[in-house]
Design a protein. Structure first.
Ligand code: KIV
Ligand code: ZN
Length: 513
């Protein structure tokens, strides 16, 4: 697509709307990892967070601005001046900053949530957009719950937003209520009636009825030229429209859409795995584009067709989305170069110091197991290398777990806390239960175990065991991951990691533990 009018801008909101998903809790270092990969994927806009919502979000936006150079970095804000100011401050120094302001326009939101009249909403939009334009040149306005708003009112609101200085106008289907044909017509009618050339129309579709991608594509057919989406469709409730599905639809059926994106689609698979590993949200095997079965042909007739000509059953190639087909393995003869290349292909970005530590650990692992799979590498990178908690309150020093048939499992754990070793022992229903009870005796507070999962990093018998834990204390949640050739050690590491993150989040929110 040579003409820029034919390009659809990809606005990624994995770090903002995606991070709002239940049970997702990324720290700044993880957000930066994802942002770096989004940059390599060549998204047009990264929405890095909602700075006024928490000190953690503010810090993450600042860090993304400092370390990543995508074309545009956006930060979300309500219409309140303090939100807009926080967004502007967090974005300071960005090569191209965008403040993204939203206010609801549907009757139900205005009456029950905002308790505002139409006139008040109009006034608020005008002044908020003008205020933001005093800080940055690029302002986006979103009419939250647009798909359930009256079209006449929306036309008024968008016209005013443009006259006040907004250059991107977003039509969200906030609750995933729209139907594709209806939504396409709705967007087309708004664009025509507002009739302001030079602005970019955008959509932001949620997936409550599984139609987020279909609605986004229908809007593109009606002239929308920015799609807001997330990797793996992560997001509030049933999620947001999935970026990989929208982009591959536009790419595969450019004949139908007459539009394409600038995305390097060969990075989809690694980006999807990175986001899944860091968020702990698994990708369903049959997920379009990035599921492990997305290119698996099982039926004999299909396999026969594939052998004759791949196009019989493949509308796009696995290579085009970076799907490796099989897991690649490294071993003790693999050198630093091969290891670094693998790490990069998996979507991870190491500092020199992290790269050194990662290679050292890789060599230790090679002594323990013959082959090191991609899954193993991803597990130890996320557990041991890229986690960045400025201060760790507890470190695992030692553990011993005894399980005997007929007897109750017992665990003894030694943690280091403020340079002091503390050892406790406990009996439990199982070895993990015993270990967690022993840790709880050491802690000065009692977090609730909100989620616990263990899995193996590959199908090999000597694969690493990976544990994922979510702890809750008051209204603060924190995730922890652990990976080890010993699954009990992995579960203990995951728990301690979550404890350390709880401390960190609590301190940021000035909650006493
Ligand atoms: O779903 C929504 O309406 C949003 C807005 C903030 C764009 O996330
Ligand atoms: Zn949303």
């Amino acid at each position: 697509m040579g003409d820029s009018g034919e390009f659809v801008r990809v606005f990624d909101t994995t770090l903002r709307d995606g991070e709002q998903a239940a049970r997702v809790n990324l720290n700044t270092g993880e957000k930066v990892q994802i942002a770096r990969q989004l940059e390599r994927l060549r998204v047009d806009i990264i929405e890095a967070g909602f700075p006024a919502s928490s000190p953690g979000d503010f810090d993450a936006v600042r860090q993304v601005v400092a370390e990543v150079r995508p074309p545009i970095i956006a930060a979300l804000a309500r219409t309140k001046e303090q939100d807009i100011t926080a967004a502007g401050e967090a974005l300071a120094g960005a090569a191209h900053a965008r403040i993204h302001i939203f206010l609801a326009t549907s009757p139900i939101h205005m009456e029950y949530k905002l308790k505002m009249t139409k006139d008040e909403v109009l006034k608020e939009v005008g002044s908020a957009v003008k205020f933001a334009r005093g800080i940055v040149r690029d302002v986006e306005f979103s009419a939250e719950d647009a798909s359930r708003s009256e079209i006449d009112f929306l036309v008024e609101v968008f016209t005013l937003a443009i006259e006040s200085g907004a250059t991107t106008l977003n039509i969200p289907d906030t609750v995933g209520y729209a139907m594709p044909l209806e939504f396409g017509d709705f967007c087309g009618a708004i664009i025509k009636r507002v009739n302001k050339p030079g602005v970019t129309w955008s959509v932001h579709c949620h997936n409550d009825l599984g139609l987020g991608v279909a609605n986004s594509l229908s809007a593109v057919r009606s002239g929308v030229r920015q799609v807001e989406c997330t990797i793996n469709g992560l997001g509030e409730r049933a999620g947001n429209a999935s970026m990989e599905e929208i982009v591959m639809s536009l790419r595969t059926r450019s004949d139908h859409f007459g539009a394409d994106t600038r995305i390097d689609t060969t990075k989809f698979f690694s980006t999807s795995k990175l986001v899944s590993n860091l968020t702990g949200v698994l990708v369903q095997p049959n997920k379009a584009i990035v599921g492990v079965n997305a290119f698996a042909h099982e039926a004999g007739i299909h396999q026969h067709g594939m052998l004759c000509n791949r196009a019989t059953y493949e509308i796009m190639t696995p290579e085009s989305v970076g799907s490796p087909g099989t897991d690649l393995h490294l071993g003790k003869h693999s050198g630093r170069h091969a290891f670094n290349e693998r790490v990069e292909n998996l979507g991870y970005h190491m500092t020199t110091e992290q790269g050194e530590r990662a290679f050292e650990y890789f060599k230790v692992l090679c002594d323990k197991k013959k082959e090191v799979s991609d899954g193993d590498i991803e597990a130890f990178l996320t557990d041991r290398i890229i986690d960045v908690i400025p201060e760790r309150n507890y470190e695992l020093k030692d553990f011993a777990v005894t399980v005997a048939s007929g007897g109750k499992p017992t665990a003894s754990i030694t943690l280091v806390h403020k340079d002091q070793e503390i050892t406790e022992a406990a009996v439990g229903n199982g070895p993990v239960d015993a270990a967690y009870k022993a840790i709880l005796k050491i802690l000065s507070f009692e977090p609730e175990l909100a989620e616990f999962r263990i899995r193996s990093t590959s199908e090999l018998a000597d694969a690493l065991g990976e544990a994922h834990v979510i702890l809750r204390y008051k209204d603060i949640k924190a995730q922890g991951r652990g990976a080890s050739t010993d699954i009990i050690e992995a579960t203990i590491r995951a728990y301690i990691e979550a404890v350390n993150r709880l401390y960190h989040s609590a301190a940021a929110r000035e909650v006493k533990i």
